[in-house]
Design a protein around this ligand. Structure first.
Ligand SMILES: O=C(CO)[C@H](O)[C@H](O)COP(=O)(O)O
Length: 215
């Protein structure tokens, strides 16, 4: 079963509650947190996540695009995240490990994220511990970018590793996922698809979510 995690980066922040309820047919809510340092953009943070938690019971998939995420993961867990993902490029490996441990100590799911230039081997230290691996299919920072099909061999390599070492681990892709690119991601082995503009620009959001689940 393919899961859809719409990115609220493409929502109307002045009508966030309405726009979260518009994606009720989806599986997760993808919350993009950007610090203006790890990526060249600033989005939303802990206070907004707390407010989102108050208006929905949906699973909150929180993608931290911030430097040294270990400093903040506990606060994001306390604010209502169900899953917190941290970039392997955002700190030294021992601190990424500490971030994963802190998320688990809070009773939440932990995941790691790979930027497009990061190779699949970067997951090896964490593969046995995490509940989700996210492969970026655009350079993180902005919605509405072109899907990078060249990331599909990496998705396939990580799917093989997940099947061998941690079959319960989910494999998510994020960036440029749309009706014309979703099946490629599914065929490569992704089971969770993040989509921002493709969901929020659709005339019929429930129909678009269904379409993104593939054939
Ligand atoms: O993490 C992100 C950007 O860093 C967004 O989740 C992603 O780009 C989704 O937007 P779109 O589906 O419009 O490409």
């Amino acid at each position: 079963m393919i899961k859809i995690s719409p990115s609220i980066l493409s929502a109307d922040f002045a009508n966030l509650e309405r726009d979260i309820h518009r994606i009720a047919d989806a599986d997760y809510v993808h919350v993009d947190v950007m610090d203006g340092v790890f990526v060249p953009n600033i989005s939303i943070g802990i206070p907004v996540l707390k407010s989102i938690r108050k208006v929905t019971d949906m699973f909150l998939d929180v993608h931290l695009m911030i430097t040294q995420p270990v400093r903040y993961v506990e606060e994001f867990c306390d604010a209502g995240a169900d899953l917190v993902t941290v970039h392997v490029e955002a700190d030294f490996p021992e601190n990424i490990q500490a971030a994963i441990d802190k998320i688990h100590a809070k009773g939440k799911k932990a995941g790691i994220v790979l930027k497009p230039k990061t190779t699949w081997e970067a997951v090896l230290p964490y593969i046995d511990q995490v509940e989700l691996i996210l492969v970026m299919t655009v350079e993180p920072g902005f919605g509405g970018q072109k899907f990078m099909a060249d990331q599909m061999p990496k998705v396939a390599a990580i799917r093989k590793l997940i099947n061998e070492r941690n079959p319960a681990c989910e494999l998510e892709v994020d960036g440029g996922v749309a009706p014309d690119t979703c099946q490629t991601c599914i065929d490569a082995g992704a089971n969770v698809l993040v989509a921002g503009s493709a969901v929020y620009k659709a005339e019929d959001i429930p129909a678009r979510i269904k379409e993104l689940r593939g054939k």
